[in-house]
Design a protein around this ligand. Structure first.
Ligand SMILES: [Zn+2]
Length: 63
């Protein structure tokens, strides 16, 4: 008794059979995989810039 495991493509929702033949699982195709990876990478580059609140010593050298 073997139960086929079906997952939904995270990208487009297409049911994908979780098998060794599904090379791009959990994605339905290479296209979806690349698209998702691309989006992920883009998100990575969009991390909010964290400003370092360093105490800046004013250069008040009046002399
Ligand atoms: Zn897909």
């Amino acid at each position: 008794m073997s139960v086929k495991r079906i997952v939904n493509c995270p990208r487009c929702g297409t049911p994908v059979e979780w098998s060794p033949e599904a090379r791009f699982r959990p994605f339905c195709s290479e296209r979806c995989k690349m698209t998702d990876l691309g989006a992920w990478a883009t998100e990575k580059f969009r991390i909010p810039e964290e400003k370092n609140d360093m105490e800046e010593v004013p250069d008040g050298d009046e002399g």
